[in-house]
Design a protein around this ligand. Structure first.
Ligand code: ADP
Ligand code: ZN
Length: 296
């Protein structure tokens, strides 16, 4: 069964074709400009590569309430051209196939749970640390929604005493995780792109401290069975041991479980599917929309 996957990101749109087992075989990327320019390119791609269903993992916030008149819309995004964009209805009408939608990070969490680092567990938390920070949560095999969906990138943090920019850079919040620890926040604080900051730079001590606060909060709030950290900033592999050590310190021995003690190296981990978590998750959303059985 040919299924379509769309990773809708704030800078690029990645269209893929694959199957219900999460295998990907064709991929094309388009820049995210305005809906009027970008959406026709997506429709054209999926007309050239016909699919039985489409799954979308998108930046948001999104309206994911199926009974809402604006179901499948991007809602209040800082990307102003996309505010109130009817992403799902437009693609569903143009392509005439079932379309499934969730946040990019919920899709990635779904894929990591079904086929990646959290296979065999009852759920996981997937965090991307890139241009933004987002968290997707799978609990007992289901992606978590609610009023909207979790927005873990915007939890408040306690600033590090050595932080020269302790308020961070989120236009909405004083000192939230995304405003403190995203790739652009690192660049604004230190005046250089994050990928150019050497491993010994104090930036990474602060970064590990902030990402550990997020892990600590998530552990006590949701008790995830695995925490998967992906996205461009996590290419800095030296962050993993630092974050794990900080998490253990912050937990203070309160959560008594092997996973966060002796086995923490297997608890806070990179994505098992590498850079493919999002696309694979979108394929699994397509399989669900098609009504077929899928590993997700
Ligand atoms: P996006 O979030 O746009 O989907 P990425 O996950 O690749 O894309 O995140 C891009 C951000 O990650 C940029 O701010 C960039 O500076 C940062 N980044 C990319 N590669 C690295 C790296 N090797 N080390 C540190 N930061 C990186
Ligand atoms: Zn914020």
């Amino acid at each position: 069964m040919a299924l379509g996957a769309l990773e809708a990101g704030g800078t690029k749109m990645v269209c893929s074709i694959g199957d219900e087992h999460g295998r990907l075989w064709t991929r094309e990327t388009f820049p995210t400009t305005t809906p009027a320019e970008t959406i026709p390119l997506l429709i054209d791609f999926f007309r050239r590569h016909p699919v039985e269903a489409l799954g979308i993992g998108s930046f948001g916030p999104l309206d994911l309430r199926p009974d809402s008149p604006t179901y499948g819309y991007i809602t209040s995004t800082p990307k102003l051209a996309w505010v109130q964009c009817p992403l799902l209805p437009t693609l569903a009408e143009a392509l005439g196939v079932p379309v499934g939608l969730d946040t990019d990070v919920n899709a990635a969490a779904l894929a990591e749970h079904a086929l990646g680092a959290a296979r065999g567990l009852s759920g996981c938390l997937y965090i991307t640390v890139g241009t933004g920070i987002g968290g997707g949560l799978v609990v007992e095999g289901r992606m978590v929604h609610g009023l909207l969906h979790p927005e873990l990138g915007h939890i408040w943090l306690r600033p590090h005493p050595d932080d020269p920019a302790p308020h961070g850079f989120c236009p909405y919040h004083d000192g939230c995780l995304e405003g403190m620890a995203s790739g652009p926040a690192l660049q604004k604080r230190w005046g250089r792109p994050a990928c150019e900051l050497e491993a010994s730079h104090p930036a990474w001590t602060l970064e590990a401290h902030y990402l550990a606060q997020m892990c600590m909060t998530a552990i006590v709030a949701f008790s995830p069975e695995k925490i998967i950290l992906g996205g461009g900033v996590m290419q800095q592999a030296h962050l993993f041991p630092r974050i794990r050590a900080e998490v253990r310190r912050m937990l203070g021995g309160y959560v008594r479980h092997r996973a966060v003690e002796a086995d923490i190296d297997q608890y806070i981990v990179p994505p098992g599917l590498g850079a493919d978590s999002g696309a694979t998750g979108a394929l699994l959303l397509a399989a669900r929309a098609a009504g077929g059985n899928s590993p997700g």
